[in-house]
Design a protein around this ligand. Structure first.
Ligand code: CAA
Length: 258
C-alpha cells in the first residue's frame, strides 16, 4: 500500500491495483486525485513486473463524477489556465492494459475514467451516466467522444442529453462493459481476469492494445498499416521465438517479457 491522499495502490503479484479512495463523497474526482491516479498509473506502467493495471473504487461507488465543489466557482479563463485535462490526455497514453472494476455510481468524470479503461467488468448494481447537463454543463474529459464511438450518435445523445442513468444490464447490452458480476464478487472476478492476462507475453499484449486503439481513431487502411508494423515488431522479441518454439515442441512457453 502507498500513501497518496485520495487513492490507494497495491500490487497483487503482477497486477497493479489503483483504488479511488474518497468514499465519503462517492469518490468524486478532484484535481489532486486525478493527478494521483495519473502518477500511480504511470508508475505502474514503468514497472516491468506489473503486467496489468486494475482500477476500482472504495466504498459505495466507483466514482460519482468530477468534484462539483471544486468546479463551482471556476470560469473560462481559470479553466483554460488550469489545463486540467492534460492529465487525462496522459492517462490515455498508458501502455499497460487497464481493466476497470465498476460498482455503484459511475457518473460524469467517473464514467469518463471508466471509459478510459481498456475493458470494464461491472457489478449488477452499477449505474452509468452523464448527469452534467443537469448542472448546465457537459462532459469535458472525453465523454461525448468515447461514448459516441462506443454507442453511436443517437444513443450517445440520448444518454448525454437526458442525463439519465444506464443500468448495468443496459451498459452490458450496449457493449460499454464486458461482463456483469454480483457486487460482492466483481473485484475478485476482475482480478482473476487481470491475473490471466498478466500471464500472456506482455509485449504482444501491449502491441495489441495499441493496434486496437488505433482501430477506433484511424481510417481502416492506416490502421491496417499500423497493425502490420506491430506484427512485424513482435518478431524481434525473444518471446516470439519462445512462443513458436514451445508450440512446435509441444510444451508450455516460458515468456520473459522481451
Ligand atoms: N462532487 C462532489 N461531491 C459529490 C459528488 C460530486 N460529483 N457526488 C456526490 N458527492 C457528495 C455529496 O455532496 C455528499 O456529500 P455530503 O455527505 O457531504 O453531503 C456525498 O457525496 C454523498 O452523496 P449523496 O448524499 O448525494 O448520495 P445519494 O446516494 O443521495 O446520491 C448521487 C448519489 C445520485 C450520485 C448524487 O450524489 C449525485 O447526483 N452526485 C453528483 C453526480 C454528478 O452530477 N456528476 C457529474 C459531475 S460533473 C463532471 O463530472 C464533469 C466532467 O465531465 C469532468
Amino acid at each position: 500500500m502507498s500513501n497518496y491522499q485520495h487513492i490507494l495502490t497495491e500490487e497483487v503479484g503482477p497486477v497493479g491495483v489503483v483504488w479511488l479512495n474518497r468514499p465519503n463523497v462517492l469518490n468524486a474526482l478532484n484535481r489532486v486525485m486525478v493527478r494521483e491516479i495519473l502518477e500511480a498509473l504511470e508508475r505502474f506502467d514503468r514497472k516491468e513486473r506489473i503486467r496489468v493495471i486494475l482500477l476500482a473504487g472504495k466504498g459505495k461507488a466507483f466514482a460519482a463524477g468530477a468534484d462539483i465543489d471544486e468546479m463551482a466557482e471556476e470560469n473560462t479563463i481559470s479553466m483554460e489556465l488550469l489545463n486540467q485535462f492534460a492529465d487525462w490526455d496522459r492517462l490515455a497514453q498508458i501502455k499497460t492494459p487497464i481493466i476497470g472494476s465498476v460498482h455503484g455510481y459511475c457518473l460524469g468524470g467517473g464514467f469518463e475514467l471508466a471509459l478510459l479503461c481498456d475493458m470494464m467488468y461491472a457489478a449488477s448494481d452499477a449505474k452509468f451516466g452523464f448527469p452534467e447537463v443537469n448542472l448546465a454543463v457537459m462532459p469535458g474529459a472525453g465523454g461525448t467522444q468515447r461514448l459516441t464511438k462506443l454507442l453511436g450518435k443517437t444513443r450517445a445523445l440520448e444518454w448525454i442529453w437526458s442525463g439519465d442513468m444506464m443500468s448495468a444490464e443496459e451498459a452490458l447490452s450496449f457493449g460499454v462493459v464486458n461482463k456483469l458480476y454480483p457486487a460482492d464478487t466483481v473485484f475478485e472476478e476482475t482480478l482473476n481476469f487481470a491475473k490471466k492476462l498478466a500471464e500472456k507475453p506482455p509485449l504482444a499484449v501491449r502491441m495489441i492494445k495499441e493496434a486496437v486503439h488505433k482501430a477506433v481513431d484511424y481510417p481502416l487502411q492506416e490502421g491496417m498499416y499500423f497493425e502490420r508494423k506491430n506484427f512485424y515488431l513482435l518478431f524481434s522479441s525473444q518471446d516470439q521465438k519462445e512462443g513458436m518454439k514451445a508450440f512446435m515442441e509441444k510444451r508450455k512457453p516460458d515468456f520473459k517479457g522481451y
